[in-house]
Design a protein around this ligand. Structure first.
Ligand code: GDP
Length: 444
């Protein structure tokens, strides 16, 4: 998602870099470009208008002129406004009611409701140790019920069977009763979807909602539908009091309009992103991280870029040789790279030395300061050589051991492993297209 928008915004920031300051004149063209970039990303027009007006006002304000160059200042403003548009902070599920907490999913057919039920069930069970029951009240489509039953079995949550021809609201009620008597923490309710909004579907959803009184009513929407996603959400919200949105298929090449429009158009927060067909492909939605991603400031990308380009070409070439021989980029290699960066005085120090890296310097050095680098190295050190070579063997108990060995939390280990995965992916591209191609992709 967002590839095009990212490219456009990045180019705009780069162009501003040579300018002395942000003025009414040079800001005019730039804002026009931002506006075009957002419209091309299929962001809803009112959102685009507000966005551009806010950027303009802040860009011309005195606050930005002092310490930053125009490129830096501009990127910072755009970043802040992107965060603002998407809702500022992550809105987690609020299940703090007397159990069982009901989570109802609604949306059009094919949006990813059933898949999202399985993902949520897995998430709640694995992460929060919740006891989860799932039910489908889509009595019109036996295939949908079968699909949920199969997925529930796959992720190991319980399934409440639906009587053929039963009433959806009554089915919801029966499932809720079972959840109560069975001491479930959460009941997940999959509802019927149609290909477009119709009154009967809305009426049915309303009755189910009334019967199960959900703590969370989430609207599931395919990000490929762009700004229409926001309009559909608004229509559902008129019938059902939605508490949030799950934006699915964010792994595809959607242009980003949905993610950038939904919050402003509906006032409802995006709570999760679906990022694949598998049941573990669910991520909480963090507007700030998404904004960084849109602006192409992912910390790992910058790290790899700089390490590869400036720090040690020899080592990069050794790595290339290794990759050619078919060996992967393992955690030993990652540690080597992290160590090189610390030797250079951390990411901040490194960036300062590099022309043209100004705009990223502040962001990156916050994300990748010395302490953080050292923590990452400590985590890798706490692993066995076998784990470093094949991180996939790190199951829950190994991760706990590694975390305590490094004096950190399991989530720190998970974060490191995720970064490693991203770096591995970069390395694969590197292997495919060689250094030049990778540098081009990195904008180097
Ligand atoms: P429902 O009709 O709303 O219940 O939709 P389904 O759960 O059956 O999903 C429809 C299709 O979208 C299926 O082929 C899913 O595998 C796919 N799908 C759902 N979520 C995602 C996602 O986040 N990423 C991708 N790539 N595919 C998804």
């Amino acid at each position: 998602m967002f590839d095009n928008l990212s490219d456009r915004l990045e180019a705009i920031g780069k162009r501003l870099r040579g300018k002395g300051r942000l003025t009414e004149d040079n800001i005019q063209d730039t804002l026009r470009e931002v506006r075009m970039a957002l419209l091309e990303a299929d962001v809803a027009l009112p959102v685009v208008k507000d966005f551009v007006a806010a950027v303009r006002e802040r860009a011309l304000g005195a606050e930005v002129m002092k310490s930053l160059t125009p490129g830096q200042a501009f990127i910072k403003i755009v970043n802040d406004e992107l965060v603002q548009v998407m809702g500022e902070a992550n809105d987690a599920l609020d299940l703090s009611v007397r159990p069982p907490a009901v989570v109802m999913l609604a949306g059009l057919q094919g949006s990813g409701k059933t898949t999202s039920i399985a993902k949520l069930g897995r998430w709640l069970q694995e992460r929060d140790q919740k006891k989860v029951l799932a039910v489908s009240v889509d009595i019109h489509r036996p295939a949908a019920i079968d699909q949920l039953q199969r997925l529930a079995g796959e992720v190991g949550i319980d399934f409440f069977p639906t009587e053929p021809g039963a009433d959806p609201a009554a089915t919801g009620e029966a499932a809720l009763e079972r959840a109560r008597t069975g001491y479930y923490d959460v009941l997940l309710v999959d509802t019927a979807g149609r290909l477009s909004i119709d009154e009967q579907m809305m009426d049915e959803a309303r009755r189910v909602h009334h019967a199960v009184a959900p703590a969370e009513t989430l609207f599931v929407v395919d990000s490929m539908t762009g700004q229409d996603a926001a309009n559909t959400a608004r229509a559902f919200d008129a019938a059902l009091p939605l508490t949030g949105v799950i934006l699915t298929k964010a792994d595809g090449d959607a242009r980003g309009g949905a993610a950038l429009s939904i919050r402003q158009v509906t006032g409802k927060p995006i709570k999760f992103l679906g990022v694949g067909e598998k049941t573990d492909a669910l991520e909480p939605f963090y507007p700030d991280r998404m904004a960084s991603r849109i602006l192409g400031m992912g910390d790992v990308l910058s790290l790899v870029e700089e390490v590869e380009r400036k720090v040690d070409r020899q080592q990069a070439e050794r790595m290339a040789g290794k990759l050619k021989k078919g060996k992967g980029f393992d955690l030993e290699d990652m540690r080597d790279q992290l160590q090189q960066v610390t030797q250079m005085g951390g990411m901040g120090g490194l960036m300062d030395k590099l022309p043209g890296m100004g705009q990223m310097s502040e962001q990156v050095s916050q994300q990748m300061n010395d302490g953080q680098l050292r923590r990452q190295i400590a985590i890798i050190n706490a692993m066995t050589p076998g784990e470093r070579r094949r991180p996939d063997v790190l199951n829950g108990s190994r991760k706990r051991r590694v975390a305590s060995g490094a004096g950190l939390q399991v989530q720190d280990v998970n974060r490191l492993l995720k970064q490693h995965k991203q770096m591995q992916k970069m390395m694969k591209q590197f292997k495919k297209g060689g250094m030049q191609k990778m540098m081009r992709q990195l904008g180097g």
